[in-house]
Design a protein around this ligand. Structure first.
Ligand code: ATR
Length: 269
């Protein structure tokens, strides 16, 4: 029986098991099972992965804070994972451990158009999710600017990804919101009720006809997405990004495309 799991610290509240099991069942992959989250601290992460790889596991998802370590331990890292510096999907093969990053392609799949040639994008944040977003948007042809509260962290993202993709210019201190067709919030602002319009360099009145993605997810739309939707923006929440990255992982493991609506329903339940 091929097993799958998400490994993180913490990971107990992950929606991936429900979402992936619903998709496996819908596709008739009854011998597959996505088991409850595996919580291991960074000191035990690599040993745990190697144990799974020689057991009944076909692969795994990797989440915070192990995505960089997942890439480092892989025998067969994929190009996008190397560029981003992080992996969220592992496959245990006879040739070794493959590491993929589906956060980037998953984000692109949420956008109304996959081709962004000439459009300007603003990525807020400088953690792992920001790296995946910057890489994805650049690959799709957008000119990407990065803003982060601590600007030195934005500089680091810029330096590391700059060798792989063309970025807009230096990280921006005070972005002019009006020039961006796509805005992606990867910061944790909003997670605990913070006001996006005081913590982030964004203001109301300039969201119409834009695409606004907020990776923060909860049971209701974030304050940022609510404001953007009110003005007529195309909005994408963190659950939709989760579903799309999960769909790509599913396909990598099983070779089949999952039913997205089944995954959405399970992820939002
Ligand atoms: P990730 O989960 O993407 O890996 P992280 O490393 O946990 O990201 O960082 C969270 C992000 O939210 C950071 O970009 C952080 O900014 P700093 O680098 O300046 O710490 C950002 N963030 C958290 N709280 C914030 C706030 N109140 N205002 C602005 N940015 C904030």
């Amino acid at each position: 029986m091929p097993l799958l799991a998400v490994i993180g610290f913490p990971a107990a509240h992950s929606r991936s098991p429900a979402m992936q099991n619903a998709a496996l069942e819908e596709r008739g992959l009854t011998e597959w099972r996505y088991v409850p989250p595996i919580e291991v601290d960074p000191a035990h992460f690599e040993a745990k992965v190697r144990e799974l790889a020689v057991g009944d596991y076909a692969g795994a998802n990797v989440t915070v804070p192990h995505k960089e370590a997942a890439l480092r331990l892989a025998d067969l890292p994929k190009r996008e994972a190397l560029a981003i510096g992080a992996a969220n999907t592992l496959v245990f093969t006879a040739e070794g451990i493959e590491a993929h990053n589906t956060d980037a392609s998953g984000l692109l799949a949420t956008l109304p158009t996959p081709r962004l040639g000439g459009r300007r994008a603003l990525v807020l944040g400088a953690g792992g999710a920001a790296r995946a977003a910057v890489w994805a948007l650049s690959q799709a042809g957008a000119v990407v600017d990065i803003w982060n509260r601590t600007s030195s962290r934005a500089d680091a993202v810029y330096d590391e990804l700059g060798g792989y993709v063309e970025l807009g210019g230096a990280p921006v201190e005070t972005p002019r919101q009006e020039i961006y067709g796509i805005i992606v919030n990867t910061t944790s602002v909003g997670l605990h009720g913070e006001d996006p319009f005081t913590e982030l360099p964004l203001h109301r009145g300039a969201f119409a006809e834009r695409v606004v993605v907020d990776m923060v997810y909860g049971d209701r739309p974030s304050a940022l997405l609510e404001a953007a939707a009110d003005e007529g923006a195309f909005t994408v929440d963190g659950i939709e990004v989760l579903v799309q990255q999960g769909a790509r992982s599913f396909e990598i493991w099983t070779g089949q495309k999952p039913d997205l609506d089944v995954m959405r329903a399970a992820a939002r339940a």
